[in-house]
Design a protein around this ligand. Structure first.
Ligand code: GLU
Length: 554
């Protein structure tokens, strides 16, 4: 059989050679040990937390080694392509400040190893497809039915039957005659291009995965599809060609690709490409209601990166959380290196979880509170405003109506050694600071029924009478104590604890009366500070409103 002739018949338009492509995309000039990695999502839906997890590993390994990280869009599956998914992927990656040196960007592509979108690389794939045909390592199969992936067929068809069918197909199409090919090409019959695999799978293929260690597989004996009938490659073929020509040194991807490794090994051999190093990450897991580990599936809360945005998690918090589940020693390191970020951390493949990191919303909550507590009030203000702009316009208007006021509110308990950790998300932040705004203020907690409303009213009235704006905290508190003493409440907590029956209550209750009137809540940050920020006008109005409510018996 004249393979050159078949190659010319099938790919008459291809004039470039692999050698020319090798020259066009030369080895990258990088320092010894520098890693070239990529993130290569398919625009088939939303960005999954697991994908973000992989993006971070890729980014860290590249940049930490003085290498390079690029973004490739794998859009070969037209059926699964979702309108707008590509743009939203790129936008989220930008929001998370995942920095790419090359590849697809919002403003087109950058870098010398493109195009970085697979559907724009058809010509390149065809050069190698032609080469494989020329070497007798690939052949056409003129059967439209073959288009369907065997996986989708497997769902409906018996496995044994499927194997049998594949064997017959292999025999039939491998032995197609030159005349048949000529005839079918002339009739413009569509074909898929198949690899000519091993005749049996008795040989063993060994791959050293950087996470899973040494893996052994039977050699690939499936004549899998390289090009579909529209000339677009399958994932396998595109992976080999792209990662070779873009000079990827480390392929980091999900473990769902492990079973395809023998196919990839065969392709790299057939194409004479140097194998990249592989790291297959385990799936993210979650605990179900019964405490069993389950795969974090698409429908689970937290799987979609957009969830975090909507719920009001700052990207820095999610990234910080991901790093804690990526490297088991990260939290300890960070506690010893305050002021540093995950970008300063020596990320290590060896410290990765081999069996699947556990996703835990409560942990994210803790990490997030911690990260926000360490930001400046101005940073929190900017992030909260950005979030509110998109998801809570009326809150946005309030924040922006007086930025200084908002920043003073957000400064409460910030900056010291032990900053307050009141909120993990901007939704919680709004809830936490809402009482500072008359538009959102409401009485949320009632006074305990054990206190006589007229006594509470008396406390509030006296408080207002005695209040002086320029009193410092000590003078202010002394005045509260006087009110306590004069109305039969203990101003001294010790005395109260020894003989509670002698008093109507304590100084703590006096504070609580004022706190509920002013904040609407039993719990709030330091009352003196809250009142200072609210200002005398708001404070007075609220106390007067409360005395009125008490009079009306509300
Ligand atoms: N496009 C593939 C996916 O989304 C990428 C796999 C890879 O990184 O090679 O699963």
């Amino acid at each position: 059989m004249d393979n050159q002739l078949i190659a010319d018949l099938l790919f008459p338009e291809v004039s470039l050679t692999p050698a020319e492509l090798e020259n066009k995309y030369p080895e990258r000039l990088l320092p010894e040990g520098a890693k070239v990695t990529r993130f290569s999502p398919s625009p088939t839906g939303f960005l999954h937390l697991g994908a973000m997890y992989q993006a971070m590993i890729n980014e860290r390994l590249a940049h930490q080694s003085g290498g390079l990280f690029y973004l490739r869009i794998e859009d070969t599956d037209a059926k699964r392509k979702v309108e707008g998914a590509e743009e939203s992927l790129i936008r989220i990656l930008n929001e998370y400040q995942i920095y790419f040196d090359e590849g697809v960007t919002v403003n087109g592509e950058k870098g010398d190893y493109g195009p970085y979108t697979q559907t724009k690389r058809k010509d390149i794939y065809h050069v190698y497809a032609k080469e494989l045909v020329k070497k007798g390592l690939a052949y056409p199969c003129f059967d439209a039915h073959e288009e369907e992936s065997s996986q989708s067929r497997m769902q409906t068809i018996d496995w044994e039957q499927e194997q049998q069918r594949k064997k017959q197909q292999k025999i039939k199409w491998r032995s197609i005659t030159m005349e048949d090919i000529q005839q079918k090409v002339k009739e413009k019959q569509p074909f898929v291009l198949r690899i000519r695999s091993a005749d049996s799978n008795e040989q063993t293929v060994i791959v050293n995965d950087l996470l899973k260690g040494k893996l052994e597989f039977p050699e690939n004996d499936e004549d899998f599809v390289l090009l579909k009938s529209d000339g677009i490659p399958t994932y396998h073929f595109a992976h080999a060609v792209d990662d070779h020509l873009m000079r990827t040194t480390h392929v980091i991807r999900g473990e769902e690709w492990l079973s395809s490794l023998p196919k990839h090994v065969m392709l790299f051999q057939y194409l004479n490409f140097k194998m990249p190093k592989y790291l297959h990450t385990a799936q993210l897991l979650r605990l179900d209601e019964n405490g069993n580990k389950k795969k974090l599936s698409k429908r689970d809360m937290g799987a979609n990166m957009e969830d975090y945005k909507r719920l009001g998690y700052a990207p820095d918090c999610v990234l910080e959380y991901l790093m804690t589940i990526l490297n088991s020693n990260y939290e300890e390191w960070h506690s010893q290196h305050s002021g540093k970020t995950y970008l300063d951390f020596p990320f290590s493949m060896k410290k990765m979880n081999t069996s699947g990191a556990l996703f835990d919303m409560n942990k994210l909550q803790d990490v997030s509170k911690n990260v926000l507590s360490k930001m400046t009030a101005e940073q929190v203000f900017d992030l909260a405003s950005e979030w509110a702009h998109l998801f809570d316009p009326s809150f946005y208007t309030l924040l922006k109506s007086d930025p200084d006021y908002a920043i003073r509110i957000l400064s409460i308990g910030r900056g010291g050694k032990k900053p307050r950790k009141d909120f993990a998300t901007f939704v919680e932040l709004k809830n936490f600071i809402s009482f500072f705004y008359d538009e959102l203020f409401q009485i949320e907690d009632a006074y305990p029924v054990s206190f006589d409303p007229s006594v509470i009213q008396e406390v509030l009235t006296r408080y207002l009478q005695n209040y002086q704006e320029d009193d410092d905290q000590n003078v202010w508190f002394e005045k509260m104590k006087q009110i306590a003493d004069s109305l039969g409440f203990a101003s001294d907590m010790k005395a109260y604890k020894t003989s509670p029956d002698l008093y109507k209550g304590s100084i703590a209750d006096i504070s609580m009366f004022i706190r509920v009137a002013v904040t609407g809540r039993m719990n709030s940050p330091d009352l003196f500070e809250v009142i200072r920020i609210l200002g005398p006008e708001r404070m007075k109005n609220r106390i007067l409103a409360m005395t009125k409510r008490l009079t009306k018996g509300e």
